[in-house]
Design a protein around this ligand. Structure first.
Ligand code: XIL
Length: 344
């Protein structure tokens, strides 16, 4: 497949015409790649911070904040008319090395709240949306509320979730605040259980007037899965929408387990799964944004230290552009799904 016909309508325009956004995550390293920046400028109207606002990148010491790299991303997004999404505030992962010996039950709440005040306050008015709480569900941790037994939960208690949302809303009343999670997309008992707990928490947060406006569905999906998202997931999206919450697909990409020798078949399968998934999701008018986690296979996180590599260790093909930043069948599948989406 050759270069994208310059007359092809970019994904962001197709999305905009239906009333939602299309974007990608990015890092300052990605911005050094001209092919990456060209395609992102052409295709995207939303950019999420890939790594730079994670605690371990932002806070080399308890006293110091290193905002430079995130500011660089924001500058790029602003220069090219893209909205900006912050990732991430309260998460069990990517905590700095000093966290374990520094955080205590006595100081953890203050540590989290002052972090949120500082970071969200700094970007107030410039953020489209904030990933406030990430991956907070893990039923296999065996708590009766389905919450993951994270350091934040251990140190603060389950209220850390609503405390985080209140602090974020106080620091930036205009950003869309969301709870981002994964493992809630498939037609499997595990995913259905996680959805059940998610709905319980969302209902309780709404009842207590906690300022949460949206959920993020990460959507790291397996194109080869027998449990591909279907009616149960659709019902979940209905229920979330009925609560008045918005929905974002925040980290879409696809693994697959077809033989590596046939990349054409793999790319066809992945494309059909992109279209199938987006057709299902975009039917819901509450969906306000779709982001892929990266945009070209060259930069995908799945071909680095991903903990479930392919059996033969060959590269995944998860994104709409290939390693030479040329459009793949998945790009055309996304374009079709965007075109077929109802307006919101
Ligand atoms: C990933 C990054 O893309 C990688 O570069 C890093 O090594 C690990 O984290 N869910 C999330 C993201 O919320 O922060 C993760 O990003 C991907 C899974």
């Amino acid at each position: 497949m050759g270069a994208l016909d310059p007359s092809s309508t970019p994904l962001k325009s197709l999305a905009e015409s239906k009333g939602f956004l299309y974007g990608t995550s990015a890092t300052p390293g990605d911005l050094k790649d001209r092919q990456f920046t060209d395609v992102v400028i052409q295709q995207c109207d939303l950019m999420a911070t890939g790594l730079q606002l994670k605690w371990n990148m932002l806070r080399p010491t308890p006293e110091k904040y290193n905002f430079g790299p995130a500011d660089e991303l924001l500058g790029f997004a602003q220069q090219h008319g893209m909205k900006f999404q912050g990732h991430v505030l309260a998460w069990h992962n990517a905590l700095p090395d000093w966290f374990g010996s520094y955080a205590t039950p006595q100081n953890a709440q203050q540590l989290m709240l002052s972090h949120i005040k500082t970071v969200v306050g700094r970007y107030a008015g410039k953020m489209h949306s904030w990933d406030v709480v990430n991956e907070a569900l893990l039923p296999s941790d065996q708590r009766s509320d389905g919450l993951r037994n994270t350091p934040w939960l251990q140190l603060i208690g389950p209220d850390y979730i609503e405390l985080a949302f209140h602090a974020a809303a106080a620091a930036d009343p205009h950003a869309i605040l969301f709870w981002n999670d994964y493992g809630i997309e498939n037609e499997s008992p595990e995913h259905e259980l996680k959805r059940k707990f998610f709905l319980q928490h969302l209902t309780a947060l709404r009842q207590r007037d906690v300022p949460i406006q949206a959920i993020g569905i990460q959507s790291h999906l397996d194109a080869s899965s027998k449990h591909f998202p279907g009616p149960q997931f659709d019902a979940f999206l209905h229920q979330v929408s009925d609560m008045g919450l918005k929905i974002m697909v925040t980290e879409l990409d696809f693994t697959d387990s077809l033989p590596s020798s046939d990349s054409a078949a793999r790319n066809q399968l992945i494309a059909s799964r992109y279209e199938q998934y987006l057709d299902l999701v975009l039917k819901h008018h509450s969906v306000i944004a779709v982001l892929t986690w990266g945009i070209a296979d060259k930069h995908t996180w799945l071909n680095g230290n991903y903990k479930f590599p392919r059996k033969d260790n060959s590269p995944f093909l998860p994104l709409p552009f290939d390693t030479n930043t040329q459009p793949k069948p998945a790009w055309y599948a996304m374009a079709r799904a965007f075109q077929n989406a109802p307006s919101r």
